[in-house]
Design a binder for this molecule. Sequence first.
Ligand SMILES: Cc1cc2nc3c(=O)[nH]c(=O)nc-3n(C[C@H](O)[C@H](O)[C@H](O)COP(=O)(O)OP(=O)(O)OC[C@H]3O[C@@H](n4cnc5c(N)ncnc54)[C@H](O)[C@@H]3O)c2cc1C
Length: 432
Amino acid sequence: MSKIYDTIGIGFGPANIAVAIAMEELGYDKKVLFLEKESSTVWQKDMLFEGSDIQNHPLRDLVTPANPRSKYTFTNFLFEQGRLFEHFNLGMHFPFRVEYGQYITWVASHFQHLVKYDTTISSITVEEDKGEYIYKIILNDGVQYLAKSIVVATGRTPYIPNEFVGLDPNKVIHLTKYLSTINSLKEEDVQSIAVVGGSQSAIEILLHASERFPQADILGVTKSFGYRMKDVSPFTGEVYFPEFVDLFYKSSKKNKERLINDLHFTNYSATDLDVLDELYRKMYQQKIQGKQKIFIERSADITKVIENGKIEIHFDSIEKEKSSVHDIDLVILATGFKNIGTKPHQEKIPKVFMDLSRHLSLNSDECIDVYPNYRVKMKPYLENAYCFMNGFCESSHGMGDAGSFSLLALRSRAIVSALKKKEESFQLENAN
Ligand SMILES: Cc1cc2nc3c(=O)[nH]c(=O)nc-3n(C[C@H](O)[C@H](O)[C@H](O)COP(=O)(O)OP(=O)(O)OC[C@H]3O[C@@H](n4cnc5c(N)ncnc54)[C@H](O)[C@@H]3O)c2cc1C
C-alpha cells in the first residue's frame, strides 16, 4: 500500500521553496514531500541572461519579510559566498538575475531530502481512504502518491494569443522556452525573429536575440505606440505591501477591476528604464552605421498568422494605411501568463487542477476560488483535505501576489500556519 504523506508540494520553484523554509521555521515536522519536474532547481532557467537584473527589492526574498533572522535570507547567502562586501560596493539597485537564481538554488539545496526531482505531475484526483478523503497525485509515468494536503505551486500557465495556438512549436515559442530553443539553433538558420509583447521580458529578449543572431532581422511587435516604462512610483509600489492583499481580497468585483486597470503598468506591458535606453541606443547605433537590424511594429494589431514554411504574420497598424506582412523564422511570445478569470487571456481553472474540478466549490463566475489563506474552496466533504494554490492568486489577492517575489515569504507562512492549525485541531480531537 502506498505511504500517505501529510503534505505534498507540487513544484519546487520559489513559491514552494518558501513553503519548505516556513515548514522548518514554524516547526511543521510532518511527513512532507515536494515533487518537481526538472532535474534540479533553477529559477526561470530559460530567461537567465547574463547581465539582466531582478525586478524586486532583494530583501523581498524567500524569507526576510517574514523572518529577517532566518539563515535562508539573500543577505546570508551573500555572506556565506564571501561576497557581502563586494555586493555592497556594486551600488546596484537590483542584483543580477543570475546571482538571485544562485540564491534560489542555494536555498533549495538545504531541502534536497524533501524533494523528488524528475517527477512531472500529470493529474491530481481525490480518493477515499477509510472514510477520509485524500489526494492522489499521478505522475506522467503512472507512479502515484497520496497526501492529506497538497500545496500546488507549478507556476501560472503561459498565455499564447489565439492566432498562435497550435503552430509549429519549433517556430513559435513562449518566453519560458527561449534559451533552450535558441541554444539548439544554428545562427545561419535564423534570418528573421519576431518578439511579440511589450513586457520587460520582451525588451530583454530583443536585446539578447540581437546579440545571439547578429545577422537576423529582429522585429518587435507591440500594441502600444512606444514601449512603456513601468510605474515605479513609491506610492503605487505599495501594491506589494501585505496590506494591499487584504484590501484587494475584500474589494468588490467592480473595485478589483478598477485596481487592476489602475495598477497594470506596475508590472505588465511595461519595462524598467535601463533596458529601454539600451534598446533605443542600440537601434540608434545601427542607424548611424547604416545597418539597421532591429525594427518595431508599433500600435500594431496582429490580424492573421499563417504557417507557410515560415510564420507569416499580418498586421494592422494606425501608422500604415495598408496591412503589412512579415515572414518570420522564429516567433517569441513575451505575452505573459494567464490569471484566473473569464476573459479571453484568462482561465477559469488552471490545467493542473482540472481533474479536481468536480470537487471544487467554484465562485459565481465558475472559477476556482480561494480563502484568504490561499486554501482552495472545495466541496464540503473535502473541507479537511487542504489544497492550496501557491502562486496563482493574482485575481483574488492582487498584483503583488502571483507575478512577484514580494509576498512569497508571507504567503508561505499563511499556508504553513493553516496546515499546522489543522494538525493541532486533529490532535485535540483525538485526545478528547
Ligand atoms: C522571466 C521572468 C523573470 C521574472 N523576474 C522576476 C523578478 O525579477 N522579480 C520578481 O519578483 N518576480 C519575477 N518574476 C516572477 C517570478 O518568476 C515568480 O514570482 C516566481 O518564479 C514564481 O515562483 P513559482 O514557484 O510560483 O513559479 P515558478 O518559478 O514557475 O516555479 C514552478 C515550479 O514548478 C515546476 N513544475 C511545473 N509544472 C510541474 C508539474 N506538472 N510537475 C512538477 N513540477 C512542475 C517547475 O519546473 C518549476 O520549478 C519573473 C518571472 C519571469 C517569467
